[in-house]
Design a protein. Structure first.
Length: 407
């Protein structure tokens, strides 16, 4: 059924006559490119994205992700204006003390579609729908759930096999239907850059091929909008960057505490640790122990700059390792299977900085922004849409220089 709907929308998009109807006034299209590190723009492989950055607004040095610098927490931050500690998507895999026996993970469609995991935040499409605007969202994390009882008007369940080009054609299809059905806000998500970064590393030819592919996809979107006479405001963002890793660089968590004393989940540079019953004293004792390259904190002691530690879904202890290293547990982590690229490191690190570009008729040309954080995107989207957004952690002032104040 999903494939049928995808192909149907694709065929509609490809059959669209140019300039068939009057266009809505300045729709906003949010483009999410998973794992697009800010300095990927400097490789000379993305002429379309580089042109948009030069002609519009760009975050110099990139946009700082929220902690942890991983996918679901940050993609939800981008559309809610809340840090993960406040919107509740505290990691790609998590538990909730109020939901015993359940675990949220990316591959579990049942959990991903349950709004109970998402309801602590309000994504921009929910705000827009409640303000009387129409929205269409393709594959953005959170769009499959009826958050606070509201889904985007148009959406599809995530299917990774849908190519970048097909995703663009589905998006253009939303602007091919009768004028009154066109969305005021649309969003589309691409995962290929992140996937290649994990599988082959951030300096690989395969990653560079993905950069070319996604740049061509954005060019196809712009050409399709132009053919329809649509002057849209584009906001192009990533959730985090990517760093090179290796099985030769592992910090062993069991050098810090015995694996049998804790319930832990490790992923890349991060570990989320809870004591097993009766082993609480051992975890407390480990917090005074030093292991080179490893920092572990009680959740209430996590550094304030991470804005993380108060949400009920965060483990008792959170550990983070140094840039380019992987946290592992002996007997569970095979060095030969450590992927050559990952993220989740300190969000202030250059390798974790995410791309941010805004372009369109409402964007002031040649704007160079400093100090943009992922929480600042949602307030900008609300301003471009002309709606009031719920108060959050983002700052309107961070992106205000990029927005034209006149007609």
């Amino acid at each position: 059924m999903i494939r049928f709907v995808t192909l149907l929308l694709l065929s509609v998009a490809l059959a669209a006559p140019a300039l068939a109807q009057r266009v809505p006034e300045r729709p906003v299209i949010l483009i999410g490119i998973d794992g697009f590190r800010a300095d990927y723009l400097d490789r000379g492989l993305t002429p379309t994205l580089s042109r948009l950055a030069n002609e519009g607004a760009v975050a110099q040095g990139g946009m700082r992700p929220s902690f942890p610098s991983v996918t679901y927490p940050n993609f939800y931050t981008l559309v809610t204006g809340l840090h993960p500690d406040h919107h509740g998507l505290v990691y790609n895999r998590m538990r909730d003390p109020g939901l015993p026996g359940r675990t949220f993970s990316l591959g579990d469609r049942h959990e991903v579609m349950d709004p109970v995991w998402w309801n602590d935040g309000e994504p921009i499409w929910v705000t827009a729908e409640r303000a009387g605007l129409s929205t269409a969202v393709l594959f953005w994390p959170g769009s499959e759930a009826a958050v606070r009882g509201q889904r985007p008007r148009d959406w599809l369940p995530f299917e990774q096999s849908v190519s970048s080009r097909a995703r663009v054609n589905i998006t253009l299809g939303w602007f091919t239907t009768p004028e009154g059905d066109w969305p005021d806000f649309a969003a589309v998500y691409f995962d290929i850059v992140d996937t290649r970064g994990h599988l082959y590393g951030p300096q690989s030819p395969e990653l560079n091929e993905a950069l070319v592919e996604v740049d061509q996809a954005v060019a196809l979107l712009i050409d399709g909008l132009s053919a329809r006479g649509i002057q849209a405001n584009l906001v192009i963002v990533a959730d985090h960057g990517m760093a090179a890793t290796s099985g030769e660089r592992i910090v062993w968590l069991d050098d810090w505490i015995a694996a049998e004393a804790v319930d832990s989940f490790t992923y890349g540079p991060l570990a989320f640790v809870d004591p097993l019953p009766g082993r609480e004293a051992e975890l407390e004792a480990a917090l005074s122990r030093e292991v080179d390259g490893l920092s572990c904190w009680r959740r209430e002691d996590i550094p304030a700059r991470f804005a993380y530690g108060s949400h009920r879904r965060i483990s008792r202890v959170v550990c983070l390792t140094r840039m380019g290293w992987t946290l592992g547990v002996r007997g569970q982590t095979d060095p030969a299977r450590v992927r050559p690229g990952t993220h989740g490191f300190d969000p202030d690190a250059p390798e974790m900085q995410a791309a941010f570009i805004a372009w369109g008729p409402s964007i002031r040309s040649g704007t160079r922004l400093a100090g943009v954080n992922s929480v600042d995107v949602q307030p900008m989207l609300a301003r471009l849409l002309g709606i009031a957004a719920p108060e959050g952690d983002g700052q309107t002032a961070a992106t205000a220089p990029a927005i034209r104040t006149g007609p």
